[in-house]
Design a protein around this ligand. Structure first.
Ligand code: MD3
Ligand code: FE
Length: 196
């Protein structure tokens, strides 16, 4: 993987994963998953919601962080089970402003993109995978360069900093039926970010 992408395979055990999913159920009850629309008006196949001071949002006007869920309600707080992973790997100097929750059904994908809606790229992005396995792809900081693929499993954590923070990346597919964490299947990815 590119410089400063750190991969912590199976960092979270089954009990920690189950506790996180229980916390996320509370979040989704208050801030339901929705399908953001791209700038071109097409709904994304990944459903999303957020926790924290900011949530990620997209519509015809483009990609941005918003202070409220589309319902108008503020985003719920980031669960303690999730914050503790950030403290372990990033430290306690600053809390993340946003935990984006991505839900993938068996058909959902995420095309190659960069994460550059945040003000300060010197803060890392932390990603937690839960549920079905996924084929993750990461490349260089320019589009069209060589890429590497990595199968992400439930409980795996990625920390992206340095050059990797601006690397193109995406999810090519998930592997339905590879995890029993979520009774109805699917994959959840959490990304923790400092926004401003
Ligand atoms: C590399 N999520 O939410 S997680 C995203 O599995 C996103 O849902 C994917 O890309 C998912 O923006 C990939 C791994 C990841 C997350 C953030 C990154 C890789 C990254 C930021 C910069 C570089
Ligand atoms: Fe991303």
């Amino acid at each position: 993987m590119p410089g400063a992408a750190e991969y912590f395979a199976a960092l979270l055990d089954d009990r920690e994963q189950a506790a996180m999913v229980a916390d996320l159920r509370t979040v989704v009850a208050r801030a339901p998953l929705f399908s953001p629309r791209t700038r071109f008006g097409k709904p994304m196949s990944v459903r999303m919601t957020s926790t924290g001071r900011y949530g990620w949002y997209s519509d015809q006007r483009g990609y941005r962080y918003e202070r409220a869920h589309p319902s108008g309600q503020p985003w719920p707080p980031i669960p303690e089970s999730v914050l503790s992973v950030w403290r372990l790997l990033v430290g306690g100097t600053r809390q993340p402003d946003c935990c984006l929750i991505n839900f993938y059904d068996g058909a959902a994908r995420m095309g190659l993109h960069q994460d550059r809606d945040e003000a300060d790229f010197s803060w890392p992005v932390l990603s937690i995978s839960l549920g079905d396995d996924a084929l993750f792809r990461i490349g260089a900081t320019t589009r069209g360069g060589p890429t590497e693929s990595l199968r992400l499993r439930s409980g795996d954590v990625l920390l992206l900093s340095g050059a990797a923070r601006l690397a193109f990346h995406g999810i090519d597919r998930t592997y339905p039926g590879t995890s029993s964490l979520l009774p109805n299947g699917g994959r959840i990815n959490l990304t923790l970010r400092v926004v401003d």
